[in-house]
Design a protein around this ligand. Structure first.
Ligand SMILES: *[C@@H]1O[C@H](CO)[C@@H](O)[C@H](O)[C@H]1NC(C)=O
Ligand SMILES: *[C@@H]1O[C@H](CO)[C@@H](O)[C@H](O)[C@H]1NC(C)=O
Ligand SMILES: *[C@@H]1O[C@H](CO)[C@@H](O)[C@H](O)[C@H]1NC(C)=O
Ligand SMILES: *[C@@H]1O[C@H](CO)[C@@H](O)[C@H](O)[C@H]1NC(C)=O
Ligand SMILES: *[C@@H]1O[C@H](CO)[C@@H](O)[C@H](O)[C@H]1NC(C)=O
Length: 246
């Protein structure tokens, strides 16, 4: 619907984007952008209708957005630095995603991203980091997921370093994206699948300094589980389901 490239000092306030053909709002190679009170609407089965896509941009704020769409509510691409996402309601949609990354060898990193007070309603994912299983110079560093409510979300917390939708022509060398220093704090609600916390990290570049605290995710009122490989870090206090980080 609307795309900003090579722009700086931009404010986008109170925009409604309805049934975009592809991405609704794109921020590419920009600096100092504020998006407030956006409303984004497209059917849950409309392909590639990402709500807000950001890449190669610095000092970006997205506040108080309501996003119902057929792909990621917010997708955070390579070269995103100093991003604050505060007060987002997402669903239907594929959640808030960092990635997909490792599309190529030469890639900028994603650095200093905070996602605060997000609500996910029946989305495919909640808080996701995804990279293709191929070598890349990209990285993910200093991410804060602070306060999220999950309502029957299929993958509430997900790191997928073997991302390959469609499962055809998948690269197999393993992701070169190094994911370091990610905090998950105050994540509550329900998972639509038994595995509520999944981290499938790269064997060559394991996820490090992953910290979890104040997490309580249940599965239809019962116990949820974790499925994590090549992850290290620590958990503090209440973390349900437990066991992702040993
Ligand atoms: C949040 O955005 C909605 C529009 O989507 C607006 O009606 C509401 O006033 C905004 N709330 C705040 C606290 O800014
Ligand atoms: C990190 O990003 C936040 C905005 O979310 C910004 O206020 C802060 O200054 C950034 N930190 C650094 C070290 O650039
Ligand atoms: C949760 O979502 C799944 C589909 O993802 C659906 O089959 C199930 O009925 C939903 N459960 C609740 C309690 O809403
Ligand atoms: C976790 O959440 C469930 C469902 O909301 C609740 O019944 C349970 O008491 C919570 N557990 C803790 C330790 O807070
Ligand atoms: C990664 O996980 C695999 C499967 O659990 C394990 O065999 C391997 O030793 C791990 N690699 C590292 C570097 O921790």
């Amino acid at each position: 619907t609307i795309r900003f490239m090579d722009s700086y000092n931009v404010k986008i306030i109170g925009v409604l984007s309805l049934n975009s053909q592809l991405f609704h709002i794109v921020i590419n190679r920009c600096n100092n952008v504020k998006i407030e009170d956006a409303r984004i609407i497209a059917p849950g089965d409309s392909p590639n209708t990402d709500g807000i896509h950001i890449q190669k941009s610095t000092d970006i704020e997205v506040r108080n957005a309501s996003i119902k769409t057929g792909d990621d509510c917010i997708s955070i691409g390579p070269g995103t630095k100093n991003l604050m996402v505060d007060g987002i309601t997402c669903g239907p949609g594929h959640g808030i995603s960092i990635g997909s990354l490792a599309k190529g060898l030469e890639e900028d990193g994603v650095e200093n991203v905070t996602v605060k007070k997000a609500v996910f309603v029946r989305t495919d994912n909640g808080l996701r980091i995804k990279s293709w299983p191929r070598f890349s110079k990209g990285f993910v560093e200093r991410v804060r997921f602070l306060g999220a409510l999950m309502v029957n979300v299929s993958n509430p917390i997900l790191i997928d370093q073997n991302y390959c939708p469609g499962d055809s022509y998948c690269p197999t060398e393993g992701s070169g994206i190094k994911i370091n220093d990610v905090i998950y704090s105050g994540i509550m609600g329900t998972s639509a699948k038994k595995v509520a916390i999944k981290m499938d990290c790269s064997e060559q570049f394991p996820c490090t300094q992953i910290r979890m605290q104040a997490i309580n995710l249940t599965y239809h009122g019962g116990a949820a589980t974790t499925a994590c490989i090549n992850v290290s870090g620590k958990q503090l206090g209440l973390v349900i389901p437990s066991g992702c980080i040993r």
